[in-house]
Write a protein that binds this ligand. Structure first.
Ligand code: NA7
Length: 544
C-alpha cells in the first residue's frame, strides 16, 4: 500500500507532475524497480493541478508540450488537443489520459507532503517523512518538484487587515472565484499576471494591474486545432520529437544561424515580422543568434517590440507604463509572456495599470491598497501573481538534509551548488530534475524532463548493474559546474537584469544564474560524458 507507514522501496519520487509521472513509468514499468510517488496535491499534474486561475495555460504549442518517447507512443496516438496552447483544463485531461494508459495513480500517495528526508548511514537508505507522520525508506530518492514549488508573497504592511479576499495564483480555489461586479487588483506581470489580468479584465467590474516591471509580451496566436489535422500529422511526430531535443531549449524551432546585423534593416524588419506573425516564442528563441549576447543586436529586437506593442494601446498613460519607449532591461532576459488581447483588455476604461516601480505600495488597508503618492485604491479581491522562490525554493522547503545532518538551506546559503543540476555533494543516491542548474527555465518542460529523466534512469540502472550502493557527487565537481554556468552566463545579457532566472525576485536571495544557460546539446554532452566515464565526479561504494 503506497499510503502505508514504513513504506520500503527502491525508488521514491517526490512530485507527480511531468517529471514524476515520467520517472515512475520508466523505472517501474520498464526497469522493474519498486517505485512510488509522494505528492502533496490531491491529483496528478504538478503545476497544472495548482494553477487553475482563469486563463492559466501553457506557452508551448502542441504537440511540443507532451511526452515523446517511443515507449509512450500510445499516449500521443490516442490523444488529441483542442487548442494550440492548451489551458490547465485540457492539461488535466491529458494527465487523466496518461493515468489511464500508465496507471500512475495506483503507485502515488496523494496529500503526502514531504517535510523531512535524511540519509541513514547504516542502512544506505533515505528515510523520508510526510507531514502527517508517515515514513518511507528508499535506496534512491528523486526530487521531481518542478521549479515553482514555493510561492512568493510580498511582505506589505497591513495585509492581514484586508477585509476582502486575497488569493495566490498557484493556490487557487479549485471551485473557482466569482469575479462578477468585483473590483480586482492583480499584483505582478509575470507570465501568470498577464494571463490572469487578460482574463479577469473581461469578467470583473474593474481590474487594476500593479506592475513593477513591464512584461515584454509576445502575441500567442492561439487557435483551435482539429483532431483530423493532428491525426494526419502523427506519422511525423517521431521526427518532430527527435528534432526538439537537438534545439537550444527543446522547442520545435531554434536560433537563426545569422547575427542581427548580417541582414539589412529591410531584411531584418521582414524577419522580425515573420517571427511576430508566427507567434509564440519564435520572436525570442528563433531569432538572430546574437540577440541575447550583444546590446546593439538586442536593442533592435527591443525597438521592433516597442513599436508593435505601443501601437496597440490607445490610452497614452497606460501605453507609457505597459510599453515604455525606453527598454526596462535587455529584451528577452526576463521571461516574455504570451498574450492574446492583454493590451486591448488593459486599454478598456474600467481597467487600469499602476506603475509600482515609481509609485510603490506602502500599505494594505482593510478596503484596499495605498501607494506612496498617498492614493488608496479600493478592492474586493487582491490576486497575488507574485511568482515563486523559483528553481531552488522547492528543495529548500522539504527538510532535506545531507549525510552529516546539514540542511540544504545551509548548503545553499552562500549560493547554489549542484552537480550537473541533478545531484548534490553530501546527498548520496539522490537526484533531482527540472530544478537548479539544469536547463529548467530555458526549456520546454516535457523536453527537459525527458533529457534529465533519461539520464537519471540510466544512472540508476547502471548503478544497479554495477552493485553500487552509494553514489555521492564530489564537491570539487560541483564547483566546476557552478563555474561553467557562470562563464556561459557572463557572456550573455542575463546578468544585467533582475529576473527570477538570476534569483533577483526574492529579497535576500543570492544573485546568480540558477539555470544551465548553454542549451540542450551542450547539457546532454556534458552529462552523458559523466556516465560514459564511469560516474566521473562521484564517490562510489559497492556492495561486497
Ligand atoms: P514571475 O515571473 O516571478 O512574476 C512575478 C511578478 O510579480 C513579477 O511581475 C514581479 O515583478 C512581481 N512581484 C514579485 N514580487 C513583488 C512584490 N513584492 N511587489 C510587487 N511586485 C512583485 O512569476 P509567474 O508566476 O508570473 O511566472 C513564473 C513562471 O511560471 C513563468 O516564468 C513561466 O515559466 C511559468 P518583477 O518582474 O520582479 O519586477
Amino acid at each position: 500500500d503506497v499510503y502505508a507507514d514504513n513504506l520500503d522501496v527502491d525508488v521514491l519520487i517526490v512530485g507527480a507532475g511531468f517529471s514524476g509521472v515520467y520517472l515512475l513509468h520508466r523505472l517501474r514499468d520498464e526497469l522493474g524497480f519498486s517505485t512510488k510517488i509522494y505528492e502533496a496535491a490531491t491529483d496528478l499534474g504538478g503545476i497544472w493541478h495548482w494553477n487553475c486561475y482563469p486563463g492559466a495555460r501553457v506557452d508551448t504549442p502542441i504537440p511540443c508540450y507532451e511526452f515523446s518517447l517511443p515507449a509512450l507512443w500510445k499516449i500521443y496516438q490516442d490523444w488529441t488537443w483542442k487548442e494550440k496552447y492548451p489551458s490547465y483544463k485540457e492539461l488535466r485531461e491529458y494527465f487523466k489520459h496518461i493515468d489511464k494508459v500508465l496507471e500512475i495513480s495506483k503507485d502515488t500517495a496523494f496529500e503526502s507532503r514531504v517535510v523531512s528526508a535524511e540519509w541513514d548511514k547504516e542502512s544506505y537508505r533515505w528515510v523520508v517523512m510526510t507531514e502527517d507522520g508517515r515514513t518511507a525508506r528508499c535506496k534512491w530518492l528523486i526530487n521531481a518538484l518542478g521549479f515553482a514549488a514555493k510561492r512568493n508573497f510580498p511582505d506589505w504592511k497591513g495585509m492581514e487587515n484586508f477585509k476582502g479576499e486575497i488569493h495566490h495564483s498557484s493556490f487557487w480555489p479549485q471551485e473557482g472565484i466569482d469575479f462578477k461586479d468585483k473590483k480586482v487588483a492583480v499584483i505582478g506581470t509575470g507570465a501568470t499576471g498577464i494571463q490572469l489580468s487578460q482574463e479577469v479584465g473581461q469578467m470583473a467590474a474593474s481590474t487594476t494591474v500593479f506592475q513593477r516591471t513591464p512584461n515584454l509580451c509576445l502575441p500567442m496566436r492561439q487557435r483551435k486545432v482539429t483532431a483530423e489535422e493532428q491525426n494526419n500529422a502523427k506519422d511525423t511526430y517521431p521526427d518532430y520529437f527527435k528534432h526538439r531535443m537537438t534545439t537550444f531549449a527543446g522547442f520545435p524551432y531554434d536560433f537563426s544561424e545569422k547575427n542581427t546585423f548580417d541582414d539589412t534593416p529591410e531584411e531584418r524588419e521582414k524577419f522580425y515580422q515573420k517571427l511576430w506573425d508566427n507567434g509564440g516564442f519564435e520572436y525570442w528563441l528563433a531569432t538572430y543568434k546574437d540577440m541575447l549576447f550583444d546590446w546593439d543586436a538586442n536593442d533592435q529586437a527591443w525597438q521592433f517590440w516597442s513599436k508593435k506593442t505601443r501601437e496597440r494601446i490607445k490610452d497614452p498613460r497606460k501605453r507609457d507604463i505597459l510599453a515604455p519607449t525606453k527598454a526596462p532591461h535587455a529584451w528577452g532576459t526576463k521571461r516574455p509572456s504570451l498574450e492574446q488581447n492583454f493590451y486591448e483588455v488593459m486599454d478598456q476604461p474600467n481597467n487600469d495599470v499602476v506603475d509600482i516601480k515609481n509609485n510603490p505600495v506602502v500599505e494594505v488597508k482593510e478596503n484596499g491598497i495605498v501607494t506612496e503618492d498617498g492614493q488608496l485604491r479600493e478592492f474586493d479581491i487582491i490576486v497575488m501573481a507574485t511568482g515563486f522562490d523559483s528553481v531552488t525554493g522547492g528543495m529548500k522547503n522539504m527538510g532535506l538534509k545531507d549525510e552529516n545532518g546539514t540542511d540544504i538551506k545551509d548548503k545553499w546559503a552562500d549560493g547554489t551548488l549542484t552537480y550537473m543540476g541533478m545531484a548534490l555533494a553530501g546527498y548520496p543516491n539522490m537526484f533531482f530534475l527540472y530544478g537548479a542548474q539544469g536547463p529548467t527555465a530555458f526549456s520546454n518542460g516535457p523536453s527537459c524532463v525527458e533529457l534529465q529523466g533519461e539520464w537519471i534512469v540510466d544512472a540508476i540502472a547502471k548503478a544497479w548493474k554495477e552493485n553500487i550502493t552509494y553514489l555521492n557527487a564530489k564537491e570539487e565537481d560541483e564547483e566546476k559546474w557552478r563555474l561553467m554556468i557562470k562563464e556561459l552566463n557572463d557572456k550573455t545579457l542575463f546578468p544585467y537584469t533582475n529576473s527570477w532566472y538570476m534569483g533577483a525576485n526574492i529579497p535576500g536571495k543570492i544573485r546568480e544564474q540558477l539555470n544551465w544557460p548553454g542549451g540542450f546539446p551542450s547539457y546532454e554532452k556534458e552529462t552523458r560524458e559523466v556516465l560514459n566515464q564511469g560516474f566521473r565526479g562521484f564517490e562510489i561504494r559497492s556492495a561486497a
